[in-house]
Design a protein around this ligand. Structure first.
Ligand code: HEM
Length: 153
């Protein structure tokens, strides 16, 4: 009995397809880093805020920790993640992946732009906190879509 090659593997092979998979994994690592950076930035500030009524002299330590990790979150989110997704779009064309893959990767880029916009709204309008909170949910969408794209390929 012979098994059809299509049953054994329907995944595209070749340099660009492999590079696409590698960049998909890189994107997932960068997205995980976003969760890590923001937790490291916010938890040391948020936890004491719920118990300290008077300003604590160690606020300067919190501030510098926050500045460092939120800056890492900002650079990773605006530069590294966006650049990785743009490379993924190019690799998707080069590997001749189906249009659906390329469109879903473009959607990933759109979600990052939305993520940035939600953060900017938060910087300027504290009264819009319920909308700004969508930054957290959109992050989950980004991870889910990146997982789907990487898993598929
Ligand atoms: C995983 C995907 C994520 C991406 C791509 C992302 C991206 C961004 C970007 C581009 C900014 C604006 C940075 C700046 O202009 O300085 C930002 C800010 C911020 N994000 Fe995210 N983010 C993600 C996940 C999260 C999560 C899960 C949280 C928390 C629930 C979060 C909380 C924040 C906060 C608090 C800021 C403001 C930081 C500051 O003070 O500069 N982000 N994010």
């Amino acid at each position: 009995m012979t098994i059809s090659p299509a049953v054994i593997s329907s995944r595209p092979s070749g340099f660009f397809a492999k590079a696409h998979s590698a960049f998909g994994v890189l994107l997932l690592l960068e997205l995980c880093a976003q969760f890590y950076f923001i937790a490291a930035a916010v938890i040391p500030i948020a936890a004491p805020l719920t118990i300290a009524v008077t300003p604590d002299p160690s606020i300067n330590t919190w501030k510098s920790t926050y500045d460092t990790f939120s800056a890492l979150h900002g650079v990773n989110g605006t530069l590294l993640i966006s650049a990785t997704i743009l490379v993924l779009i190019l690799l998707s064309f080069a590997a001749r992946h189906p249009w659906k893959t390329t469109l879903l990767t473009a959607l990933l880029f759109f979600l990052v732009v939305l993520q940035f916009a939600l953060a900017l709204i938060g910087f300027q309008h504290s009264e819009l906190a319920p909308i700004v909170g969508l930054h957290g949910l959109n992050a989950l969408l980004l991870v889910a879509l990146a997982l789907r794209l990487t898993w598929q390929r």
